[in-house]
Design a protein around this ligand. Structure first.
Ligand code: ASP
Length: 355
């Protein structure tokens, strides 16, 4: 916060210095999700309709946020996050970009459904050039439920977005007193309030405690920029989930139509992103046709090691390193907005090393 020293002159002639705090300006961009949901009764913590409550009601339910910052709200969307397509994703990024470009805005909070929250947060970290704090927040219980987690999550998200300490550190996810980095966070539990996990930082009683930095490129250091992306769609990338007894048909179905088909496939492989031997010929053929094959893993921890169990150099495949399949999908789509030659697996791999 901006500290300004002022002085009070009392009638006795004494001058008493004291500090006042000019509050930062934070805009809350509401997009829907459970944090704006409504259930039939207060005991419905998991049965409810997402995306019902308007942004003004969300803000009015937590009047304490006005002590942290001057908070205003914008209703960008009102959707459950599993229904977010490129159109909504790009609209959120454009809205956030427009806000952070305003000198009077110091931070932005996005209220969002938790299902694809990590994807939007990562996309914002790749495409919005700013050092202002951007915080994506959700909740696991709707506002109508007993012990709803949304109000405190929103309070903490505003505290983080208003904190000067949070500047230049990228896009955050705030849930359940935890501060997460957009690139690293993933939803690991789909029913409890501690749905996301990592040890990146904590937000306690309105104060952020940050313990980590992001090692990869983000925000101002990103080569992608929402301002250079035109239209309502990104190049099509799809995910195929690996398991035993796989058929190659999903890969060919996604890529079947030369123009409309997927330009890259994220193979969410078993173990180290492994590819079953009966699938290899299909992937090799698709790669030759210019479809990027990117090996990720269905295993939540660890990372896919290039040329370890699979000869990536021989087949011209790309590895997603530690990005989960859904984040790899977004990075591949952005990469395809730039790489002129979709067949250039080396350039795609460079991007996967750097982000
Ligand atoms: N399906 C909801 C959504 O992502 C779940 C949530 O917000 O927790 O919008």
């Amino acid at each position: 916060m901006k500290k300004t020293l002022t002085a009070l002159t009392l009638s006795l002639g004494l001058i008493l210095p004291f500090s006042t705090f000019a509050k930062n300006n934070v805009v809350v961009v509401a997009t829907g999700g459970t944090i704006a949901g409504a259930g039939a009764s207060s005991t419905n913590s998991a049965t409810y309709t997402a995306a019902k409550v308007p942004v003004d009601d969300l803000l009015n339910a937590v009047p304490q946020i006005q002590n942290l910052a001057n908070v205003t709200g914008v209703q960008a969307l009102q959707v459950a996050s599993e229904s977010i397509t490129d159109k909504e994703l790009l609209a959120i990024a454009r809205k956030v970009n427009e806000l952070v470009k305003k000198p009077e805005v110091n931070g932005v909070v996005i209220t969002h459904g938790t299902d694809t929250l990590e994807e939007t947060a990562y996309f914002l970290s790749l495409t919005v050039h700013t050092d202002k704090p951007i915080v994506v927040v959700g909740s696991m219980r709707p506002p109508s439920a007993l012990s709803a987690d949304g109000p405190l999550n929103l309070y903490s998200a505003v505290a983080l977005a208003a904190a000067d300490d949070a500047k230049g550190k990228g896009v955050f996810v705030l849930m359940n007193d935890d501060i997460f980095a957009a690139r690293d966070v993933t939803k690991t539990i789909n029913i409890h309030t501690n749905a996301f996990s990592s040890q990146w930082g904590s937000l306690v009683e309105g104060k952020p405690y940050l313990f980590r930095n992001v090692a990869k490129r983000f925000n101002n250091a990103s080569e992608f920029n929402i301002e250079n992306i035109k239209g309502d769609t990104l190049p099509l990338v799809q995910i195929v989930y690996g398991s035993g007894n796989m058929l190659p048909d999903a890969y060919t179905a996604y890529t079947a139509y030369a123009k409309a088909g997927a330009k890259a496939i994220i193979h969410a492989g078993t173990g180290n992103g492994s590819v079953a031997k009966n699938i290899v010929p299909t992937l090799t053929e698709l790669q030759k046709q210019g479809v990027q094959i990117i090996r990720s893993s269905r295993v939540p921890q660890g990372f896919v090691l290039r040329n370890a169990e699979q000869p990536d150099d021989k087949y011209n495949w790309v590895v997603a390193h530690d990005l989960n399949p859904q984040k790899a999908k977004l990075l591949a789509a952005l990469a395809l907005t730039k790489t002129k030659d979709a067949k250039d697996a080396k350039e795609m791999q460079r991007i996967f090393w750097e982000y």
